[in-house]
Design a protein around this ligand. Structure first.
Ligand SMILES: *Cc1c(COP(=O)(O)O)cnc(C)c1O
Length: 416
C-alpha cells in the first residue's frame, strides 16, 4: 500500500520552505482556510443572522484569526489571554462569544468591557457576575447540558451526564428568568454534546433538540430566544480513506430542523451560530519535522526534531495523525516504525507501529492535520521550546506568523 493521504504542499515546496524556516514548524494553508470558511458560510447562508465564531483555543494565532475574520467569522474565547488577543486585533462587541467555564471574575469583567456575548456555563455564575460586574448587556447566553447520553440513531455519540459543562433543564429555565429580571432582552442557548464527530447527523440532531428547548423556554418564560449556538465538535478525517463531513449537507440538515420546529412556532428570526475550531483549521495545517536518528532495538524508532511539545494529541489521546515522508509519496509503505520525539516520556510518539516507506536520517516528515489543537496545546516539558508557525499564502509565498521560542522566552518567567 502506498500513502494515500496527500499533504496540501508538494515535497518540492517543503524543500524550498525548509531552506528558509528551520524545522520543526507548523505550516498553514491560507487558501485552504479561506475556501473552507466560504463553504461553511454558504452552508448556513439560508439563516440571515448566521455566524461562525472561530474557537480561538484551537489556533490562537493573529494571522489565522485575521484570515477567518476577513470571511466574516467572529471569535469564540474562553480565557483572559484569548480575550486580550481579540482586543489587540480590534475585535469586540458581538464579534466575540465568551464561552468559558469555572470563570475567574477578571475574565467576566474584560468580556463585559469588550462587549462580548457572554455565555454562562452555570446558574451560579449569575450571582457571581452580579458581584463582579453587576451590569447586564441586552444579550446573554446560557449553556445547556441535557445529561444522560447523547445518541443519534441508537449510536452513542457522547456522555453529557459525565461532562462538567452547562446547566440542567430545570436550571436553564431558572437562569432565563433570572436574566430577564436583570433586564436582559435577548437570550441565546449553547450546547456542545459530541466531540470530533464526522457524523453529518450531529449538528442537525443537536439543533433539533435545542430548537425544541428554545420553543419550550420561550413558552415558559416569554423570553426572546435570539440565537442557538451549536458550538464545535464537527470532526475531520484524520485517517486515510475516511470521508470529510460535507458542511453543505450539515447546513441543510439544520435548516430542515429549523423549518420543522422553529418556523411553525413563530421563531423564524432565531440566528444560528457555530463555534468550530477543528473543522475550520485542522486539515489546513501540518507539522514539518526532520529525522534526526534511526534507532533499532526491539522495535525500529524514527526520532524527529519535533516532540509532543509541538503536537500533544497523539501522546494525550493516542490520536492518529497521518504521516507523509517527503519525496517518498509514491513509495511502498513496507517498513514498520514508531515515530518519536525526544521527551523523557515514553508516550512521546507521533505514531506507533506505523507502516511507512523506508525512512532515512535527514528525511522530512509531514505530520498531517495539525492546524487545530496542534501548536496550541504545546507545552514546555523537558525545557523543550515550541516551534514556529508559517503561513503559506495563495501566491505560493510563505510568511513567518509566529517565531519559534528561544531559551530567553523560557527563562522570562524565572527569577535569577
Ligand atoms: C473546544 C471548543 C470549541 C471548538 O471545538 P472543536 O471540536 O475544535 O470544533 C467550541 N466551543 C467550546 C465552548 C469549546 O470548548
Amino acid at each position: 500500500m502506498t500513502n494515500t493521504k496527500m499533504p496540501f504542499v508538494s515535497s518540492q515546496q517543503i524543500e524550498a520552505l525548509e531552506r528558509v524556516f528551520p524545522t520543526p514548524f507548523h505550516l498553514y494553508d491560507a487558501r485552504g482556510i479561506t475556501e473552507n470558511a466560504r463553504r461553511v458560510n454558504a452552508a448556513f447562508s439560508w439563516n440571515a443572522g448566521y455566524r461562525e465564531y472561530f474557537a480561538v483555543k484551537a489556533t490562537p494565532t493573529p494571522a489565522i484569526m485575521e484570515l477567518l475574520r476577513a470571511e466574516g467569522c467572529g471569535m469564540d474565547c474562553s480565557s483572559l489571554t484569548e480575550l486580550l488577543l481579540c482586543e489587540k486585533l480590534g475585535i469586540g462587541g458581538d464579534e466575540i462569544m465568551f464561552s468559558s467555564n469555572d470563570t475567574p471574575a477578571e475574565e467576566f469583567r474584560l468580556a463585559h468591557k469588550l462587549g462580548a456575548i457572554i455565555n454562562f456555563d452555570d446558574i451560579s455564575h449569575i450571582p457571581f457576575y452580579d458581584e463582579c460586574v453587576g451590569e447586564y448587556p441586552e444579550t446573554m447566553c446560557c449553556r445547556y447540558n441535557p445529561g444522560g447520553k447523547f445518541s443519534i440513531a441508537n449510536r452513542i455519540m457522547d456522555n453529557p451526564g459525565e461532562a462538567k459543562y452547562g446547566m440542567t433543564r430545570e436550571q436553564i429555565s431558572e437562569a432565563f428568568r433570572m436574566l430577564m429580571q436583570r433586564g436582559v432582552k435577548h437570550i441565546g442557548i449553547h450546547a456542545f454534546l459530541a466531540s470530533n464527530t464526522t457524523s453529518e447527523a450531529y449538528y442537525p440532531e443537536l439543533a433539533a433538540q435545542l430548537f425544541h428547548l428554545a420553543v419550550e423556554l420561550h413558552e415558559e418564560t416569554g423570553a426572546h430566544v435570539a440565537f442557538i449556538n451549536l458550538s464545535g465538535g464537527v470532526g475531520i478525517p484524520y485517517r486515510p480513506g475516511e470521508p470529510m463531513p460535507d458542511i453543505s449537507v450539515i447546513g441543510s440538515g439544520v435548516k430542515r430542523a429549523f423549518d420543522d420546529i422553529l418556523v411553525p412556532a413563530g421563531m423564524g428570526d432565531v440566528k444560528i451560530f457555530t463555534e468550530m475550531g477543528r473543522y475550520m483549521l485542522a486539515p489546513y495545517g501540518c507539522l514539518v519535522t526532520r529525522v534526526l536518528h534511526e534507532k533499532k532495538i526491539y522495535k525500529d524508532y524514527i526520532g524527529v526534531d519535533a516532540s509532543a511539545c509541538d503536537l500533544m494529541r497523539p501522546a494525550m489521546y493516542g490520536a492518529y495523525h497521518h504521516i507523509t515522508v517527503c519525496g517518498k509519496e509514491e513509495a511502498e509503505c513496507d517498513h514498520l516504525y514508531d515515530v518519536t520525539g525526544s521527551l523523557c516520556e515514553n508516550n512521546d510518539k507521533f505514531a506507533v507501529d506505523r507502516m511507512l516507506p523506508e525512512v532515512e536520517v535527514g528525511d522530512t516528515l509531514v505530520i498531517h492535520d495539525t492546524g487545530a489543537h496542534g501548536r496550541a496545546m504545546g507545552y514546555n516539558y523537558n525545557g523543550r521550546l515550541r516551534s514556529a508557525e508559517v503561513l503559506l499564502m495563495p501566491d505560493g509565498s510563505a510568511k513567518l506568523i509566529r517565531r519559534a521560542e528561544t531559551p530567553e522566552d523560557y527563562f522570562a518567567t524565572l527569577d535569577f
